[in-house]
Design a protein around this ligand. Structure first.
Ligand code: HEC
Length: 147
């Protein structure tokens, strides 16, 4: 009888230890699984965790005063460059024309970007034009403050 009892206690202890181990294992397995899903989703959209101040700015432009061909390019830009991050990111980022050329190529080269070389060229021409309007406005601003 007492031998049976000891075996039972040992068995219960083993069971208890086993189930705690199981519980903590399944908890961490769940963490891993959630992390995995987040990473997969991030990889899928091409997004990453880095925060860009530009993302917090305006995500649309009033192009009504732009030349007609730039208005057409803006439509393309708005469609193609808002897939993975907000359009605010390129809108509120300043780059020189050659940096934009490099950047548009880099974005178009990303998997699933779905931007053809011809579209990349037109997006670049829009960004170059839009940058020139921003640069001109900034120069006007400087002139105004120095008066
Ligand atoms: C396939 C997804 C994807 C598409 C489409 C895409 N981007 Fe990006 N973009 C990213 C990722 C990811 C980053 C983060 C930095 C990196 O990986 O280069 C980024 C970052 C940026 C930045 C911030 C760069 C910096 O360091 O200042 C700019 C500007 C930008 N993209 C412009 C564009 C433009 C313009 C287009 C359209 C031609 C575009 N993106 C289309 C994924 C994309």
């Amino acid at each position: 009888m007492s031998r049976f009892h000891i075996t039972r206690v040992a068995l219960l202890a083993a069971l208890f230890a086993g189930s705690t181990a199981l519980l903590s294992n399944s908890a961490s397995a769940q963490d891993d699984a959630t992390g995995g899903v987040d990473e997969a989703a991030a990889a899928e959209s091409g997004a990453n965790d880095k925060e860009y101040d530009a993302d917090k700015g305006s995500d649309a432009l009033d192009v009504s005063q732009f030349p007609a061909e730039q208005q057409e390019r803006y439509t393309l830009f708005a469609a193609k460059c808002s897939k993975c991050h907000t359009l605010a990111r390129p809108i509120n980022t300043d780059k020189t024309a050659s940096e934009w050329a490099r950047y548009v190529k880099r974005m178009a080269a990303k998997p699933k970007s779905n931007i053809s070389p011809d579209q990349a060229k037109n997006v670049y021409l829009f960004l170059k034009y839009y940058q020139s309007t921003k640069d001109a406005a900034a120069t006007d601003g400087d002139a105004a403050t120095s008066e």
